[in-house]
Design a binder for this molecule. Structure first.
Ligand SMILES: Nc1ncnc2c1ncn2[C@@H]1O[C@H](COP(=O)(O)OP(=O)(O)OP(=O)(O)O)[C@@H](O)[C@H]1O
Ligand SMILES: [Mg+2]
Length: 249
């Protein structure tokens, strides 16, 4: 199993990147796609229309005893697993999908971090790839999801702030003792070719790729339509294909 996450500042293209990756990895599934962003827009890109519950909603319902009577006597882990299978996990031929949701306020549930970690650990065993779309910043995902990752893709827009964030990410990963194999920097669709050299100069790390601007990607995301509508010749998908080869995913 390989666990992959996209991180970066707001609007850099994290969700788009994960959606593109999922399309190209589908032949090598099973894939689990986790939406860790409370905004939950990844489901549009994946063409999911069902009204799914998020993990946080399920935990909330358990805590508030808003579950079926016959489930009440089950141990907590079994309750959680059963309800996730029934109400939260979206299962299709080429991927499964799960949303973490929003209700992670203090006091909402005892040790939500550990519970969530446990859930993901149990689930992820069943997949070849786990792809995680995170909200802006790394703080949100910190301890909640996992302490082990394989590949971290940091998407960068052309701004000093974006480049500054790389160092911050790395420090945070270290502080939180999150293990990972490799971290890759990617210039996003707005990054001018002529300025890519700044990535190396200002962060001390070279960049892996630059994603091209793709009109169709913009159009689909504007309409909330799935990326399966992208042509296999899409510039965007072609670049992601190259990344997959280069990284040997
Ligand atoms: N390769 C691309 N070509 C053209 N437009 C793109 C591309 N990638 C992303 N976009 C545009 O940028 C917008 C933001 O992308 P996306 O939602 O993936 O960013 P994000 O980092 O996930 O944002 P957030 O921080 O809000 O979660 C998209 O709605 C889309 O219009
Ligand atoms: Mg996003």
């Amino acid at each position: 199993m390989k666990k992959i996450i996209s991180v970066g500042r707001g609007g850099v293209g994290k969700t788009t990147f994960i959606a593109g990756l999922s399309l190209l990895l589908k032949e090598r599934g099973p894939l689990l796609i986790i939406d860790a962003d409370p905004d939950e827009n990844l489901s549009y890109f994946l063409g999911i229309e069902e009204d799914l519950k998020s993990i946080s909603e399920i935990l909330f319902n358990i805590k508030e005893a808003k579950i079926k009577k016959e489930l009440e006597r089950l141990p907590l882990a079994e309750k959680i697993d059963y309800l996730i299978q029934q109400e939260a996990l979206y299962e299709r031929d080429f991927f499964d999908f799960l949303s973490l949701g929003v209700k992670w306020t203090e006091g909402c549930y005892c040790q939500p971090n550990n519970i969530l970690k446990g859930i993901i650990k149990r689930l992820e065993k069943n997949y070849n790839f786990v792809l995680i779309d995170s909200p802006a910043g790394l703080e949100h995902i910190n301890r909640r999801i996992t302490t082990e990752l394989d590949y971290i893709f940091v998407l960068l827009d052309p701004s000093q702030k974006s480049l500054d964030s790389v160092e911050r990410f790395k420090r945070l990963l270290k502080d939180l003792r999150i293990k990972f194999k490799e971290i890759f920097l990617i210039g996003n669709f707005r990054y001018p070719e002529s300025k890519l050299h700044l990535i190396q100069e200002k962060t001390g790390s070279s960049y892996l790729a630059k994603l091209p601007y793709d009109k169709k990607v913009e159009e689909l995301s504007l309409k909330g339509e799935p990326f399966t509508k992208l042509s296999p010749n899409s510039l965007f998908l072609k670049e992601i294909e190259k990344i997959i080869k280069e990284v040997r995913l």
